[in-house]
Design a protein around this ligand. Structure first.
Ligand SMILES: Cc1cc2nc3c(=O)[nH]c(=O)nc-3n(C[C@H](O)[C@H](O)[C@H](O)COP(=O)(O)OP(=O)(O)OC[C@H]3O[C@@H](n4cnc5c(N)ncnc54)[C@H](O)[C@@H]3O)c2cc1C
Length: 384
């Protein structure tokens, strides 16, 4: 069967890979010039380094993401040290259980549903009981393109997956309750026996107009609102003396501030500079500031928490604003996330915003892909 996957983020990549592993012919359509969606590396010639668009951390229960890494051959590039450190202003540190779970991204508590972290905790505890290991947070030891994309490209070449860049899908075509193909924004029609739509919630409007019940799916757009994350890749002239690979700054200005030591995480040679990355979640205010102001804010913060950062000089600063990083689920919107199965035969949804056991995470993206692929494989096996 010819399957079309719309969107080349983790959910689309995993869908394309697993459909091709099941023997189907797959075309992957991505509107940008590169794959990876919200998980990408950004090579920086000026410092001859490859930082990411933002630090991504893993939780020990990420079974579907691990399945994806098995498919692309990079499972060994994720490390679970079993600890994170909480750092106090002035430099004191604590290693705590809080550090393990607080590594996951957060939104402002006054505007987001308490059900989301509660569900996350339940999922984490269930996975920990199932695998008989304590919940822990891990990190990639390579950049995100090496982790997610390079191996996927090889697997696509082996499995005959066609990847089309700058292919913007305008709509899914439905005939007599069955999917018939997709239409690109330049009018080209691509016929398909099955389609997985793996675009983010903020891009889904208009794509499913021919799907019965699409109004209900589009309701999610109002309730799952984008949360900005600002990351700053700081190349400094000296070590700031982090004791752990990742540290959560206790009592920071925003919802959650974290600092990452790429020397420890990537076994990076620091002879030319020391690379630290900072992450500010729910950075609604910070994202409005200039790059110079953001860098200054982050350096001030490092100086408050790390005595060794007092005299540090910035060799290069790289600010990454991601205004649509994750989504916040507003109170009262439980049940708003749609199932992967749609009312149209041969059409499934994927993406971190569709209904999974997780909130907006890489694991949610991959779990949604696994479920969407199951829907399509069921359909492929039905007699027609
Ligand atoms: C800075 C940052 C930090 C994060 N930290 C973590 C973390 O620590 N742990 C964690 O688990 N998660 C984290 N996340 C969240 C995680 O990255 C996302 O949940 C996940 O990558 C979403 O994958 P996706 O495939 O659902 O969507 P996306 O990655 O957004 O992929 C969707 C793709 O669809 C394409 N597309 C959209 N519209 C169209 C169209 N009409 N036609 C064709 N293509 C289209 C887009 O260009 C994109 O490539 C973080 C995200 C960010 C940005």
């Amino acid at each position: 069967m010819h399957c079309v996957v719309i969107g080349g983020g983790l959910s689309g990549l995993a869908s394309a890979l697993w459909l091709s592993e099941a023997g189907h012919r797959v075309t992957l359509l991505e509107r940008r010039g590169s794959l990876g969606g919200r998980t990408t590396a950004i090579p920086l010639d000026i410092v001859d380094d490859v930082p990411d668009n933002g630090q991504h951390v893993f939780a020990s229960g990420y079974v579907h993401l691990m399945r994806y890494l098995d498919s692309v051959g990079t499972r060994e590039s994720v490390c679970f040290p079993g600890h994170m450190t909480v750092r106090m202003p002035g430099g004191g540190t604590r290693r705590s259980a809080f550090g393990r779970v607080a590594g996951l991204r957060a939104d402002k508590p006054d505007i987001s549903s308490a059900k989301v972290p509660a569900d996350l905790l339940v999922t984490g505890i269930r996975e920990a009981r199932r695998t008989k290991t304590p919940i822990s947070i891990g990190y990639p030891t390579v950049d995100l393109d090496t982790l997610f994309i390079d191996g996927a490209k090889k697997a696509f070449a082996n499995n005959g997956v066609e990847v089309r860049h700058r292919a913007v899908v305008a709509g899914v075509e439905v005939v007599d309750g069955t999917v018939a193909g997709v239409i690109l924004n330049d009018g080209e029609r691509i016929p398909a026996g099955a389609v997985i739509c793996a675009v983010p919630v903020w891009n889904v409007k208009g794509l499913l107009d021919q799907v019965p019940g699409h109004e209900r799916i589009y309701e999610a757009i109002e309730h799952l609102t984008p949360v900005p994350i600002v990351s700053v890749n700081l190349y400094l002239d000296r070590s700031i003396g982090m004791t752990d690979w990742g540290e959560i700054l206790y009592g920071g200005e925003g919802v959650l501030e974290q600092v990452w030591d790429r020397q420890q995480m990537h076994s990076r040679n620091a002879s030319r500079n020391h690379f630290y990355s900072t992450t500010v979640s729910a950075a609604y205010e910070l994202t409005q500031k200039s790059n110079a102001e953001i860098t200054e804010t982050q350096m001030d913060m490092l100086r408050r928490y790390y005595p060794d950062a007092a005299g540090a000089e910035v060799i290069h600063s790289h600010v990454v604003r991601m205004p649509k990083s994750t989504f916040a689920q507003r109170p009262g919107s439980s049940g708003i996330r749609p199932d992967q199965r749609t009312a149209v035969a041969g059409l499934a949804l994927a993406g971190d915003w569709t209904r999974t056991d997780w909130t907006t995470t890489m694991e949610g993206a991959c779990q949604s892909a696994a479920r969407a692929v199951d829907v399509i494989l069921d359909y492929a096996n039905q007699p027609r």
